[in-house]
Write a protein that binds this ligand. Sequence first.
Ligand SMILES: NC(=O)c1ccc[n+]([C@@H]2O[C@H](COP(=O)([O-])OP(=O)(O)OC[C@H]3O[C@@H](n4cnc5c(N)ncnc54)[C@H](O)[C@@H]3O)[C@@H](O)[C@H]2O)c1
Length: 355
Amino acid sequence: MNNYLKKKKNFWKGKKVFITGHTGFKGSWLTIFLNILDAKIFGYSLKPKKYSLFNQANCNNISHKNFYADINDLKKLKHKIKISKPQIIFHLAAQPLVSNAYMDPINTFKTNIIGTANLIEAVRNCKSVKVVVIITTDKVYKIKKKAKPFKENDELGGIDPYSASKASTEILVNSYIKSFSKFNTKVKVATARSGNVLGGGDYSKDRIIPDILNAFNNKKKLIIRNPNHVRPWQHILEPLHGYIILAEKLFKNEIKNVGHSWNFGPKNDSFIKVYKLLEKINKIIKIHKISVKTNYYKETKILKLNSYKSTKHLKWKQKWGIDDTIKKILDWNNDFKNKKNVKQLCEEQIKEYLS
Ligand SMILES: NC(=O)c1ccc[n+]([C@@H]2O[C@H](COP(=O)([O-])OP(=O)(O)OC[C@H]3O[C@@H](n4cnc5c(N)ncnc54)[C@H](O)[C@@H]3O)[C@@H](O)[C@H]2O)c1
């Protein structure tokens, strides 16, 4: 075991961690990651989708307890947090898709805004919790004409319903921190913002990698939308590693008075246009047929994050550039197709990442 992993385990071993959204793409990877670090995990989510990384990697056997319930059910959430007595909470449960939010804005607002308020309310009633990390997105910022990378204290915005729901989440978290002394003294609350993450085991619709792999694996036509949009592409382990360091440092009281929001974006060379990403992938695997759909629905054209604060205070930095990220995903997909044990292949990538 390498020294870094040993150090991480020293902190996380036996820590009681409550993850909302643990059945989702990020939540499943986070569950596997924290299990490697020997944390004791409690998950609270809707039931996993039949075809999901959570099921493929048998994540229900990893968590100490799996609670399958709605984040909008305040009574149940309070109860489950109370009986779990977690020390650290990662809040990922959300309706995370821009397209679904256009189709069902009410439920997106409810789950993403009220769901987060419910979580914080539940924490107000629970003595064991010391740290809460709330996952929002790079889409919380107000888009300006000049495309400068966003810093944490830049103005919030959010035009489309998903972005608006996450910007509202940020405002509500800020309100709780400023209004209730508990969140200045006994509980540290942070928000973490990152962009599109890529990795094996994502089966969400209207996301570029799942769409590409689906087209490749099933020899189907690939439809891409908005090929000229620039996105910060990063491997899923990058922000997850950031959330883990953030929680640890907050728990140890090592960061003070620098604000509660944190960006975890990739380096500059990982900001590329959708079609460039596709070109890079298409050089390695051959996609049967590609067609382009522009203005599918309104999305921000360029999103760039400035992650200087996380680099400075958390010593967090991107490990895998765009080419490494693509390689890891295609390796994962290949091993998956060759029926390799899914939990094991996630674990191998996490250990490689931490080496
Ligand atoms: N995947 C990305 O590229 C990305 C980028 C930026 C931010 N995020 C954020 O990261 C978080 C996780 O995203 P993901 O990609 O893993 O999404 P996902 O859809 O794979 O998972 C969502 C999780 O939330 C849970 N959930 C949804 N509605 C719920 C409800 N009403 N009650 C309880 N649980 C509920 C689901 O059961 C699932 O476990 C979200 O907050 C999302 O906004 C994701």
